[in-house]
Ligand binder design. Structure first.
Ligand code: PLP
Length: 395
């Protein structure tokens, strides 16, 4: 029998899913690996979906989404960021991940390169490889807040590079790009004639600074901004997101959706419309809850003398375990086996963070704090063993 597609079957798996699978047979595990809010979708959004179903929103919609939702998105972006976008520039998708892959498909030929952050969300690499394009990593320096640096971007760009993906607030880092950072990336993109795919799915979850949408400064029509409903509104299962792009790019993205999904679910689009048009109290409430958790968790790590990177946004924290985990070992597997905590392995985000782990604080308080205490106790114990081992060695 003929084989499967070599490109697609060789795609790397996300290390987060591997940890989830591995943890299934281990009792009493605390799960801090998954990146989704620990609460259900707010009632007013669910009620809007029931009403929509009863009103007959059970059919296909146009590829680019329902006009009412696209109009609500335009109003929302104007209110939030002062953006003057047009309905024709908005394409509603089946989750932000669908907007990302449709954007890469629309812009990049096979064999061309796309710059992606290291560390960065593993799906960027999967999306690019699955389209037979080439992902090229640019390093984000942990000591500089995991922000893109032009010297590093200049090091990796080549004549084959077509686009750069940026992500602010960042997963897994929580890094937030300032206005100056965004302008630097745009100047770099302009110099090398690149498209900028800006992943902004955590735009409502910022603790320090404010979200800057690069479309505001794009005078050349090279930015595609991608937003989602999953994280801000606890709507991961509804699968809605959207891209905002110059009209000719938006039209191509909408066309590309046809063979992929045709359109996003009609009921989910009506739910998304309710989410984005109603007062944004839920987003603000969750943001304050995440901030309290972030501060508490950071303090626990600090008290234990563990090097954690305080995020400015999103709901993840990177923690450095390099002093207690041997070089060749995966810290996430060791933590799972020895401390009963499932975390995301840093290596799944790139080589910069291979001795780190990522925890998600979109987890209910009791579990989160118990999980973090287990990590701290694990590190304390390891350090004691190292000291003991050293003294035994010395004697
Ligand atoms: N971008 C980043 C950085 C993410 O972390 C995620 C989900 O984890 C997505 C995009 C995809 O979000 P959606 O659920 O809207 O597809």
């Amino acid at each position: 029998m003929k084989g499967l597609s070599k490109t697609r079957s060789a795609l790397p798996r996300s290390g987060i899913r591997e940890i989830m699978d591995y943890s299934v047979n281990i009792p009493d595990v605390i799960h801090l690996e998954v990146g989704e809010p620990n609460v259900d979708t707010p009632l007013h959004i669910r009620e809007a979906a029931y009403a929509a179903m009863n009103e007959g929103f059970t059919h296909y919609t146009p590829n680019a989404g329902l006009n009412t939702l696209r109009e609500s998105i335009v109003t929302h972006l104007q209110k939030q960021y002062g953006l003057n976008s047009k309905v024709e520039e908005i394409v509603v998708t089946a989750g932000a991940v669908n907007a990302l892959s449709a954007s890469v498909l629309s812009l990049v030929e096979s064999g061309e390169e796309v710059l992606i952050p290291d560390p960065g969300w593993p799906n960027y690499e999967q999306i690019i490889l699955s389209q037979e394009s080439i992902p090229k990593r640019y390093k984000l320096n942990p000591e500089l807040g995991f922000i893109p640096d032009t010297t590093e971007l200049e090091r990796v760009v080549t004549s084959k590079t077509k686009a750069i993906i940026i992500n602010s607030p960042g997963n897994p880092t929580g890094g937030v790009l300032s206005e100056e950072n965004i302008k630097e990336v745009l100047a770099f993109a302009s110099k090398h004639d690149l498209y900028v795919i800006s992943d902004e799915v955590y735009d409502g979850i910022i603790f320090e600074g404010k979200h800057i949408c690069p479309l505001l400064y794009d005078t050349e029509g090279r930015v595609i901004s991608i937003f989602g409903f999953s994280k801000n509104y606890a709507m991961t299962g509804w699968r809605v997101g959207y891209a905002v792009a110059p009209q000719h790019i938006a039209m191509t993205i909408a066309k590309v959706l046809e063979p992929l999904v045709s359109c996003a679910s009609s009921v989910s689009q009506k739910a998304a419309e309710a989410a984005i048009s109603c007062p944004q109290d839920f987003v603000e409430e969750m943001r304050s809850i995440y901030k309290v958790r972030r501060d508490h968790v950071y303090k626990l790590f600090e008290e234990a003398g563990i090097n954690a990177y305080k995020p400015k946004g999103a709901f993840y924290m990177m923690v450095d375990l390099s002093d207690v985990i041997p070089d060749e070992k995966n810290p996430a597997i060791i933590l799972l086996q020895e401390a009963g905590v499932a975390v995301a392995p840093g290596a799944t985000f790139g080589s910069t963070t291979k001795k780190m782990i990522r925890i998600s604080f979109a987890t209910e308080d009791s579990k989160l704090f118990e999980g973090v205490s287990r990590i701290c106790n694990f590190v304390r114990q390891k350090r004691k063993n190292i000291v003991k081992g050293d003294s035994e060695h010395v004697s």
